[in-house]
Design a protein. Structure first.
Length: 350
């Protein structure tokens, strides 16, 4: 079973049993056993069950085992982990809680998309002894995993704020808000073209209601976290022909949209998540900015134009900036961009 560097660090730290609630337990072996259970019985069933059990029938981006591996990878990147020799600003037991929370955060999609984040405890409970025998521990881990999305009981999006800053678990303390912020932002930035349905996209067979988020995922050519620079770099590659018309997005109750508009809206959401998670993650990491550019190419993969997105960072008074990217880059949004681009190509061909 191939493990991510963050997991390898945990397995190494788990050898010191005094750093865990049950000093007789082997948390390394428990985690590996649970991971094997998820790979064997859960991950390989999520995508089919997601489409079958969701309120909006759709062709969702992949929620297979590779997605959960990617979230573990990005959690490690946020924490500055590149090799097993790197140090991490979490206690060994907090690492266990973090990894289990990541491993179940989207597993509730097996019951359908709606309120999937609230099914984390069900996944742990239904896994039986594979996820351990401590229901109190499972409840707290599930609450941390659940905070990656959705809303609170009162309808607030501040799901991490609902958690305790520090809480006892067994004979130790853990930091639920800190751990949840890592899960949430690692999940936010792990979208990439591997999650798109490449073959189906290539043959134009994506159901209309799923077009926009499949097209969006396919545009992401790079997303890299620099722990030292405290920056996230996003690179997108868009086919010029894909900017010609709006794409369907009815599966989530949304409306049709243009691809570059979607990229800019997703970047703004990502920046909101960055600022939100930074409030809780400062004991382990912070990200100061997001840098992004959009490369527009023709069918031969030749670059026609590069759109440099203004750096997203904390500056000035923190007012509501929703929509500011589309305003500053309005020449590239909606139908106007493709019309201008077509004229440019014609003039250059003369």
């Amino acid at each position: 079973m191939e493990l991510m560097p963050l997991e390898k660090i945990f397995i190494k730290k788990a050898e010191d049993k005094s750093r865990f609630p049950d000093i007789k337990g082997d948390y390394g072996a428990l985690y590996l056993g649970f991971l094997n259970h998820l790979r064997t019985c859960v991950y390989n069933r999520i995508d089919a069950a997601l489409s079958a059990n969701s309120e909006f029938p759709a062709f969702y981006t992949a929620h297979d085992g590779e997605h959960f591996d990617e979230v573990v990878h990005y959690a490690g990147s946020l924490l500055g982990i590149e090799t097993v020799e790197d140090s991490v600003n979490l206690e060994p037991y907090e690492l266990y809680v973090l990894l289990v929370a990541i491993r179940i955060h989207d597993a509730g999609n097996i019951y359908g998309r709606k309120l999937h984040e609230r099914k984390c405890f069900s996944i742990l409970r239904d896994s039986g002894s594979a996820s351990g025998d401590d229901d109190a521990e499972k409840k707290i881990i599930a609450s941390i995993a659940q905070a990656h999305g959705g809303t609170t009981a009162t309808g607030s999006k501040d799901t991490i704020g609902e958690l305790q800053n520090k809480t006892p678990l067994g004979r130790l303390f853990i930091r639920p808000r800190l751990i949840a912020s890592i899960v949430r932002f690692a999940d936010e930035i792990c979208e990439n073209r591997k999650r798109a349905a490449g073959y189906v996209l290539k043959h134009d067979s994506v159901p209309k209601q799923s077009e926009l988020f499949q097209k969006y995922a396919a545009t992401i050519s790079a997303n890299v976290v620099s722990y030292k620079d405290r920056r996230l770099t996003m690179l997108y590659q868009v086919k010029a022909s894909d900017t010609a018309r709006p794409w369907g997005c009815a599966a989530t109750g949304g409306t049709d949209g243009y691809l570059i508009d979607e990229i800019l809206e997703r970047l703004e959401k990502m920046d909101r998540e960055r600022r939100y998670c930074n409030r809780f993650s400062r004991e382990a990491y912070t990200l100061d900015a997001i840098r992004a550019s959009i490369e527009v190419v023709n069918d031969d993969q030749e670059t026609i134009q590069t759109i440099v997105v203004p750096e997203l960072q904390d500056k000035g008074y923190p007012d509501d900036n929703n929509g500011h990217l589309k305003e500053s880059l309005k020449a590239f949004c909606g139908p106007l961009f493709y019309q201008t681009l077509s004229q440019k190509v014609k003039e250059e061909a003369k």
